[in-house]
Design a protein around this ligand. Structure first.
Ligand SMILES: [Ca+2]
Ligand SMILES: [Ca+2]
Ligand SMILES: [Ca+2]
Length: 112
């Protein structure tokens, strides 16, 4: 039978991790100013093609079409929503128009 030697090791018997509620964000609000406007797709395009900003504060928010990725289609989706007057234009998926948690789990994150 394996009998571990404690030597210089510290045995941790219990680790408690506190996980708070998911961060609230506004879908499409790439620059995190709590408003969806043309500055948001510009921010996403700057991130994608100019490295400015180098890091998005909330990739979940920048994922305007909620497909689990941040790419050019998110900027295009937001621009279409903002400027296309056709009533058939797809709406921004929730959380929008009020901030909230992402209802569709994905690997994107959101920082304060
Ligand atoms: Ca914004
Ligand atoms: Ca996307
Ligand atoms: Ca999602």
């Amino acid at each position: 039978m394996f009998k571990p030697s404690l030597g210089n090791w510290i045995v941790v018997e219990k680790i408690e991790v506190s996980v708070g509620p998911p961060l609230a964000f506004l879908r499409g609000d790439s620059n995190r100013d709590n408003v969806l406007n043309i500055s948001d797709p510009i921010n996403t395009l700057g991130f994608l093609f100019q490295g400015n900003p180098a890091v998005l504060k909330c990739q979940d928010a920048a994922d305007a079409n909620d497909d689990g990725k941040v790419d050019f289609s998110d900027a295009l989706f937001t621009l279409t929503y903002l400027f296309n007057t056709n009533p058939a234009t797809p709406a921004i998926p929730p959380p929008f128009p009020a901030a909230g948690a992402d209802p569709t789990p994905d690997s994107l994150g959101c920082n304060l």
